[in-house]
Structure formats: C-alpha cells, structure tokens
Design a protein around this ligand. Structure first.
Ligand code: PDD
Length: 275
C-alpha cells in the first residue's frame, strides 16, 4: 500500500495533510476514480480531461498533464504496474487560513492511491434501486470531493437493501448517487443530457458512443417520473459499476428473476470488448 502525496510516495500512515487543507475544511477539491484493466487505464485521457476541466471551472491552478508520469511512479512503487487496480486521484485547493474566497498564494494538494481491484467481466448485479428527490446543488457537473449529498442518498439505498438511489429533479430523472442512469423504451435509449444537474460520467460517454456504433437510437432526453411504469429496461453506469441492469425501481419490477433486457445485455457485451 502506497500513497502519493505532493510528489512523495509514502506508506499510508506517513501520508499527512494539514487540518487547514481546504479539502478538509470546505470540501474544496476534486477527485477522479479510474480503473486499470489489462495493463491499461480505461479511458485515462477522458478522465484526465474531465479533471482538468473541473480544475479550470474552480480556478485550481494545476496541470493534469503532469499526472501520467506520477501515476506510473506510484504504480511502480506500489508494485501495481500492469495489475488490475483502481486509482483514486484527489486535488484540493491547498492549505491556507480559513476564508471562503480563493486565497491568492496557494499550492494545490495532490493525493493519489491505487488498490488492487479486479472488475467482473460483466456486471451480474441485478440492481434494486429507490428513487429520491435530488436535493444536491446545481453544479453536479463538478466532480467535487464534497459528497455529503451523494453519501446521504446512497445510505438511504443501503437502508433499503438497494444498490443505488436514482434521483429526480423538476420531475425528471437526473442520475444516481454514484452512477449515471439510462432507460430503454421501445428500443430507444434515454439518459439525462450532460448539463449542470449530472456528472458527465466517462462510462456514460462510452455507452452513448457504443449505442451510436451499434445503431441503437440514443436520446439525451430525460425520462420523467410519471413515465417510470412504461420503461422496458433501465441500467446504471459508472467506473466501478460498469453497466448494471436495474431489476426493480421502488415497487416497480422491471424483471422478475435474473433476466435482463436485450439492449442492456447487448451494451454490456459490447462494453466488455473495449477492454
Ligand atoms: N462515481 N455520477 C456520479 C454522481 C458519480 O459519482 C459517478 C462516478 C458517475 C459515473 O462517472 P464515471 O463513469 O466517470 O465513473 C456519475 C465514482 C466512480 C465514485 O464516486 O466512486
């Protein structure tokens, strides 16, 4: 186990951050989660581009192009080069006396760690989900470390023995607590457009591309709460979830038993071939 902290690679117990770090005080930071599969990070470039775009949105002065070298150093020291693993990257604004506005002289805190993780070839989870009002803020496009809303909403799913909570705002489904959500209706795939109400997941982007290449019609149009009983299939996407079929939404059973819909299955099989 190794942790990368501001250029040093150390044992976890030696990885220290000031209590005045704005990540700790304000949740003023961003993160990424990537997986390495068959010796290669899955869509690394897209993850780092999203990170850079987030940094630019909140004026943290850091060049994400520096990361691939540092990631390679970390993996080497952690003896995970070429191993299936999950990498967590966190960049906070840095350490300064507490004041809300961005301090002018500040150096970002860069932390990363990797843990071995083998993802199942195809996610066999047949997820039960609950629905809740999306009470988070309206800049969900920023992959920030302040995840209290997501944490509270995911905890409710756990309390109901469910895998996820799918969220709705203004009468339409947005995303889930740590996944994006897709619906299938009459052979057409639907997902919320990538605006400020969702995180534009890399897996989401990949699934949209797959739909296009497979000739499956995809619309970035939200499904409304009242349509829920009319959908044929639904699935979740995310870096560690990959593509997970949804079996039941609240009391509405999409499938009984272990079946899954043909579109979900086709996308899962095509997704597998990308790795
Ligand atoms: N979750 N929406 C939210 C709110 C998320 O937190 C995530 C990712 C996604 C899917 O994004 P991607 O396909 O790029 O992983 C959508 C990460 C993995 C997490 O917090 O662990």
């Amino acid at each position: 186990d190794k942790v990368y902290i501001n250029g040093q690679i150390v044992n976890p117990e030696d990885a220290k951050v000031s209590v005045f770090d704005r990540g700790f005080i304000f949740g003023d930071g961003l993160y990424e989660v990537m997986v390495q599969i068959n010796g290669k990070f899955f869509y690394e470039k897209k993850h780092l581009e999203r990170l850079q775009s987030g940094l630019d949105k909140i004026n943290i002065d850091f060049d994400a192009a520096l990361l691939p070298n540092e990631i390679a150093r970390l993996l080497k020291t952690a003896q995970l080069t070429d191993k299936d693993c999950m990498l967590y990257i966190q960049i906070t604004r840095g350490v300064a006396p507490r004041q809300h506005s961005y301090p002018s002289e500040i150096k970002p805190t860069v932390m990363m760690y990797a843990v071995p993780k083998v993802l199942p070839k195809i996610n066999m989870v047949n997820a039960h989900v609950i629905t809740r009002k999306d009470f988070r803020w309206s800049r969900c496009d920023i992959k920030m470390t302040s995840l209290l809303g997501n944490v509270m909403l995911n905890e409710e799913a756990m309390q109901h023995n469910c895998y996820e909570t799918i969220l709705h705002r203004n009468g339409v489904f947005t995303e889930a607590s740590h996944c994006n959500v897709f619906f299938v209706k009459n052979g057409v795939v639907y997902t919320h457009k990538a605006d400020e109400y969702i995180l534009n997941g890399i897996t989401r982007i990949v699934v949209i591309e797959l739909c296009n290449s497979l000739g499956i019609e995809i619309r970035e149009t939200a499904i409304s709460l009242s349509e829920i009983n009319t959908i044929d299939e639904a699935f979740l996407t995310g870096t560690s979830t990959q593509i997970a079929a949804i079996q039941q939404i609240d009391d509405y059973k999409i499938y009984t038993g272990n079946e899954k819909g043909p579109v979900t299955q086709r996308l899962q099989e095509a997704f597998l071939k990308l790795k």
